[in-house]
Design a protein around this ligand. Sequence first.
Ligand code: AMP
Length: 420
Amino acid sequence: MPFRTLGLDDRILRAVQEAGYTEPTPIQAAAIPEIVAGHDVIGIAQTGTGKTAAFTLPMLTLLAKRGTGEGKTRALVLAPTRELVAQIDENVRGYAKHLPLRVATVFGGVGENPQKQALRSGVDLVIATPGRLLDLMDQRCADFSALEFLVLDEADRMLDMGFLPSIKRVVKSLPKKRQTLLFSATLSRDIEALTKDFQYHPRTVEIGRRSNPAETVTQLVYEISKHLKPSLLVHLLKDPAMNMVLVFSRTKHGADRIARKLEQSGITSATLHSNRSQNQRLRALKAFKDGEVRVLVATDIAARGIDVDGISHVVNFDFPLHAEDYVHRIGRTGRAHAIGDAISFVTKEDYPTLRSLERFINRGIPRKVAEGFDYQAPAPKEDGGPRDRRPRRPEVRMDGTRADTAKRPRRRFGSGRRPN
Ligand code: AMP
């Protein structure tokens, strides 16, 4: 089915063609006509399915068709993380490049003033994380009285991150007569409740699930003592086939420690976690995408929704606590390599979690022993990094045990920021 049968504006079709897309993805083919027809839509789709264009293309078509908003914001997209906001922004600007529409982004971790000015200037489209947007709305910087579209992207993730109260407050102040589009990877009871509150007779579009990465990605486990994990990573990275490697750490400090260890061994890497400024995160991502660094060390939340092609290997430096995180992490790689596309380091404490995961994905993961690696090496002295080695989320593991019952570290003075 060609794009031109979907009812999109000609200028948008041109931009789509310039982006090199030849035909719509299944979620686009299903969602675009419904949205162009003016319906509220629930889209069940994951990142990587083309869902951003699925809501952006028809929304831009209707905005262009209806003319100007007389200096008022006409569309609001809410997304869980700064990275996702930046990614949607990049997409929207590409698709809207032949249209006279103005776009602004709003997210935490950077100065408020440019965002305030952009909001006050009445841009047509705002893409925002809920926390910072609320802050600015409380300061009366936004005028949504002429809003025509609300999009909730990755709604399930926003609920997981505790944004429900903020979202409710934002939506309360929006005009009732609007078109609301909600995208989520899953349709849980919480999501259904959200759609009942916010949507009017929504049409649900769901595409068949993508092939389960747990079935298509080559997976390997290295059983290893905790203190040897950094040296094993360095050892494995001697293989030149590991040319674009995403390493997952359970904590931000852990991610920094891994990066330091790599640096000591002459391997440059970039890190992606929420303690880093927005600019640092965007730079890290760019360095990784451009191939300036081979290794990107990330936490789950920071890596969520990020769209990077060509990752050769995913390394679970810390084994994930949840099966969903595992499947999500390993889904980042697609190429078959003899060494294993998805590599997990598993310590004794992880065994019960590993067994639950194997039950969940309905297959055993092969164990591997690293050739030429010294498994008997003694534990090194402290590397002098920050002390907090506890998992960030004291949660229940896949096997039902508590991952960490220790007291949470006290917040340091001045660190009381919103999560976005
Ligand atoms: P998303 O699921 O929105 O994160 O999109 C995943 C990737 O697919 C992005 O890099 C898009 O640029 C790309 N994409 C979106 N729609 C199409 C299409 N119809 N044909 C080819 N690529 C697409």
